[in-house]
Ligand binder design. Structure first.
Ligand code: F6R
Length: 589
């Protein structure tokens, strides 16, 4: 969802914000803009398009002043237009704000502000907040506290005003916001990425907390009680180098190729934290995974692993649907939230509802300090470094690894799990170059196809889902992942001559049945791509897998499927790291 970034310092803010904004672009890239305060005036530059395009047209980095805020948009209210781009200002042009989130009572506020004579220029919910601030007297933080009492919804806000030119106010309510404490500037941003190259000292805001930032100083207060809050910075583990492309054309390919190392890093879990996590599973009769998209696919493998290894049953919920069941949670319920960003709104809403009924929460996140991490009773980290490409790859494999580690610990078989995972990492490193070549060639034969099917059974079924999701989201080829046995109950009608069917078919307990389903598609003209540790005459094309223990096939089979999606997207000429309509961190419901 939208990214916000502001700075209060002594150096020109424009270039700092432009560079930082690029690191937030993965959160949204419909439009962007910057507003600064200098010599008693607001300077607003904004427009539709990617950041580089808007910089070329409007010279974002040239805004004067050392106090400024910026925004990268993923449209929610109002179309993708120059007018709807943030920052937004009040009628008098004295206050500028940027916002991530959604204002639920925007219609009511709009009517009210309209009646009071405010001139509302855009269709966004955000602009209303600038006008609302204008309504209240006092300092910028007083205005903000009063406005916050009137707004319903989720929001992270930054505001500046010409009346207090050396101040920025930052407020969080259900949308992420973090303050970076640098030696010569203080930053406020949706996540740590934009200020990582300036500082590793960060303070995460909680809901209803506001930061009042002036050059060299920041204070915190709770906007509901108006009492001050004492907050200490924590040292971030990520480095600015990890957040670069390191010579690769796209973040996605860099992140795919990093996976042998990511597997090793994800295996390294703090023993105390792991034990706490595992105890929560042991002590709960009702275990529910809650996650979205790729993270849910990892959870499906995790459910399988804890069941096969430790005999523990669990359900997996799509987070946006879970909120309709969350009220049935009890103190015997354990929610396992799986989330790369740790900020996915659907997951947060579900876990909060379950907690209100007494449930415990254990989470697996990549972003340490994120809302899901902080709101959990136990939390494990993916340790895979920042994931920038919108399409998740290394976070998925790291999630699988953490889930395997948990399942083995639960079964009292940690040493066995560690040995198997090390072997998988070595195989992945060996085969990666070959997979890269094979899938590039295969993708070249796909650029004309509009429909692709991915089939798998048992523990391989979630990989079919994940392979299809990756292909869809970046190549825009329609793809479906299915349990192989389900195909004949309807979807088989769509198989025509040359339709590509990717068969997740390792020589495990699913092999015979899966092959038979693949053959059924081939008999209807499908082009069968076998993903297996052994070739078979039924395959028209073959992606080799190493031989690993049954449970671990997802960890190796997903890697060539990610590469396949990547190469298909590159060959079709798409912006791989920034697929249309999507954003990395989905902080709205
Ligand atoms: C797909 C993808 C998404 C995310 C989903 C959940 O490549 O990245 O499907 O997996 O939006 O995000 P997190 O894991 O941050 O909760």
């Amino acid at each position: 969802m939208c990214g916000i970034f502001g700075v209060v310092g002594h150096r020109p803010a424009g270039p700092i914000l432009l560079e930082g904004l690029k690191k937030l672009e993965y959160r949204g890239y419909d439009s962007c803009g910057i507003a600064s305060v200098s010599e008693g005036k607001l300077h607003v530059r904004k427009g539709i398009g990617k950041i580089d395009e808007v910089e070329q047209r409007h010279g974002l980095s040239g805004v004067p002043g050392t106090v400024a805020l910026s925004h990268s948009r993923w449209a929610t209210h109002g179309g993708v237009t120059d007018q709807n781009a943030h920052p937004h200002t009040d009628c008098a042009g004295r206050i500028a704000i940027v916002h991530n989130g959604i204002i639920e009572n925007f219609q009511e506020l709009k009517r009210e502000l309209h009646q009071k004579g405010h001139r509302i220029a855009s269709q966004t919910d955000t602009e209303l907040i600038a006008h609302l601030l204008e309504e209240f007297p006092g300092s910028l933080e007083t205005k903000m506290a009063q406005a916050a009492a009137r707004i319903r919804g989720s929001f992270a806000l930054l505001a500046v005003s010409t009346e207090e030119p050396h101040k920025m106010v930052a407020l969080r309510c259900e949308s992420p916001l973090v303050i970076g404490i640098g030696s010569d500037a203080i930053y406020a941003a949706s996540d740590v990425m934009p200020f990582l190259e300036h500082t590793d000292q960060a303070i995460f805001l909680e809901d209803h907390e506001m930061a009042v930032i002036t050059p060299g100083a920041v204070s915190f207060e709770n906007v509901r009680t108006r009492s001050s809050v004492n907050k200490k910075p924590r040292t971030l583990q990520w480095t600015a180098e990890q957040a670069g492309k390191e010579g690769h054309p796209h973040f996605m390919i860099k992140e795919i190729l990093e996976q042998p190392a990511a597997i090793q890093n994800a295996m390294r879990q703090d023993p105390d934290k792991l034990e706490k996590f595992v105890q929560l599973i042991r002590n709960s009769r009702d275990v529910k995974f809650v996650a979205c998209g790729t993270s849910r696919h990892a959870a499906l493998v995790g459910r399988y692993a804890i069941n096969r290894l430790a005999g523990k049953t669990a359900e997996v919920y799509i987070a946006s649907e879970f909120s309709y069941f969350a009220d049935q949670s009890t103190p015997d319920t354990l929610i396992i939230a799986v989330s790369q960003s740790g900020e996915t709104a659907d997951v947060l809403v579900g876990l909060r509802k379950a907690k209100a009924k007494g449930a415990k929460v254990a989470s697996i996140v990549n972003v340490v300090g994120s809302s899901i991490d902080r709101e959990s009773d136990a939390s494990l980290s993916l340790n895979c470094g920042p994931e920038i490409a919108v399409a998740s790859t290394k976070a998925f494999t790291a999630q699988l690894v953490v889930l395997y580690v948990v399942a083995h610990a639960l079964a009292g078989k940690s040493a066995e799990g560690t040995a198997a995972l090390k072997q998988v990492a070595a195989h992945a490193a060996d085969l990666m170059p070959q997979w890269n070549e094979t899938t590039r060639a295969l993708a070249a034969s796909w650029t004309e196809h509009e429909h692709v099917y991915f089939l798998g059974r048992g523990v391989n079924f979630p990989v079919a889902l994940e392979g299809a999701l990756k292909l869809k989201e970046i190549s825009y080829i329609h793809a479906e992942g299915m349990p192989a046995g389900e195909l004949k109950h309807g979807t088989l009608a769509l198989i025509e001559t040359h339709t590509p069917v990717v068969l997740l078919n390792p020589h495990d307990y699913t092999f015979v049945d899966t092959l038979s389903n693949g053959s059924e598609t081939k008999a209807r003209g499908a082009r069968l791509i076998g993903v297996s540790d052994r070739s078979n005459e039924a395959y028209d094309a073959y992606i080799p897998l190493p031989q690993v223990a049954e449970l671990f096939y997802p960890l190796v089979s997903v890697l060539p499927l990610q590469l396949l999606a990547y190469h298909a997207a590159v060959l079709r000429g798409h912006d791989v790291d920034r697929p249309r309509n999507l954003a990395k961190s989905v902080t709205v419901r």
